[in-house]
Design a protein around this ligand. Structure first.
Ligand code: NAD
Length: 338
């Protein structure tokens, strides 16, 4: 039987009677959580999660990088256990969040968590798991992983890619775009609210990733187009700030023109104004663009500009003056006047 109890920040979480938790002295009231992938995003997300769940709950963490788990345990000594492997996380935690680099990592981690399909009988918790994958991967891989969880009845799997970057992850202000069955939306929203400010439910499993990739495709193209338009105007003799100001009251306005303008000095504090340091990395922008192109090809979507943009990003990534910089460095790559 499931009961619903109110938690901090006012979201309800279902706690099931009859859960077995071997490490708990006061059974049934302490929830167990798992976090896999303590990288640039995952580390601060897991820290926020640990800080906001009830003190008596336990968070199991795992990363192949043992330096990350060691540091996490040192910095968050209460209610944290380092799991030896991802299967241990899946066996001991009811709600498991993953934040991993690429599709192959997500596939591998979930295979190891879900096989053999005995989590509900051999695990330490006998309730169906909630798996939340925050990685940016392609919808096909995500769908295959969801099938692994759903077909074996071991848990519900949702995709919850995020935006807001490392700054948002640290501040707990991320936006999550989720693809989830209706019955898990409320619970997933509550969990993600511990790490972010907004949760947008876009439809069934896979919908979060599709939304994220469509958005980031547009962003990647807008970034190139803004760099080209700014470069053109400046080389014609226009003042950069005046040009950007005009565009931002006219129909060319977009996030790269208004917030992340690629011309140094146009927006104070932007990556372009600090030698393109920080911000949204060129490699990540290119990764998302490639995922969008792959998913578009699978759905037979005709794209006019995708491949040209990809060629620009690939070449910029190989350029010593551009690689490892914010993606607005495309302006520099295209020979824009700095
Ligand atoms: P990252 O490379 O910094 O972190 C990934 C972590 O996963 C690393 O600590 C790595 O050791 C760990 N890992 C890899 N394989 C593992 C395995 N098999 N088992 C356990 N741990 C494993 O990446 P990130 O920047 O934190 O990004 C994570 C995801 O979020 C990516 O899919 C990325 O595209 C997406 N994302 C990143 C940003 C950003 O600004 N960094 C923004 C939005 C979305």
């Amino acid at each position: 039987m499931a009961i619903t109890i109110p938690l901090r920040r006012g979201f309800p979480v279902a706690i099931r009677h009859g859960s077995r938790r071997c490490f708990s002295s006061s059974r049934n009231l302490q929830a167990t959580w798992g976090f896999i992938g303590l990288g640039r995003m995952g580390y601060p997300m897991a820290r926020n999660l640990r800080a906001k769940i009830p003190a008596e709950d336990t968070l199991f963490v795992h990363d192949v990088n043992t330096a990350a788990t060691k540091k996490f345990l040192e910095e968050n000594p209460h209610g944290v256990r380092v799991a030896d492997n991802v299967r241990e996380v899946a066996e001991k935690a009811e709600t498991i969040i993953t934040s991993l680099p690429e599709p192959q990592h997500v596939k591998g981690v979930y295979k190891d968590m879900l096989e053999p399909a005995t989590l509900l009988t051999d695990g330490f918790v006998n309730t169906e798991r909630l798996f939340i994958d925050c990685s940016t991967i392609d919808p096909m891989t995500s769908g295959a992983v969801a099938d692994m969880a759903h077909s074996t009845g071991q848990g519900k799997f949702i995709d919850a890619p995020m935006s807001g970057g490392v700054v948002g992850a640290q501040a707990g202000t991320l936006t999550f775009m989720i693809g989830a069955a209706p019955e898990v939306v409320q619970k997933a929203t509550g969990v993600l609210s511990f790490m972010g400010r907004r949760v947008l439910h876009l439809g069934g499993q896979g919908a979060g990733l599709k939304g994220k990739l469509a958005n980031n495709y547009l962003l990647a193209l807008n970034n190139v187009a803004t760099a080209e338009a700014m470069s053109m105007g400046i080389k014609w003799g226009l003042d950069p700030k005046a040009l950007a100001g005009m565009i931002n009251t006219a129909t060319g306005k977009c996030w790269p023109s208004e917030v992340n303008n690629p011309v140094p000095g146009v927006v104070e504090g932007s990556p372009a104004s600090r030698d393109y340091e920080g911000g949204f990395g060129l490699a990540l922008a290119n990764k998302d663009l490639k995922l969008a192109l792959k998913a578009a090809a699978e759905a037979d979507v005709k794209l006019a500009m995708g491949e040209s943009a990809r060629a620009v990003y690939d070449a910029a990534e190989r350029d010593e003056n551009c690689k490892d910089k914010d993606f607005s460095v495309i302006y520099r790559f295209l020979g824009g006047k700095e």
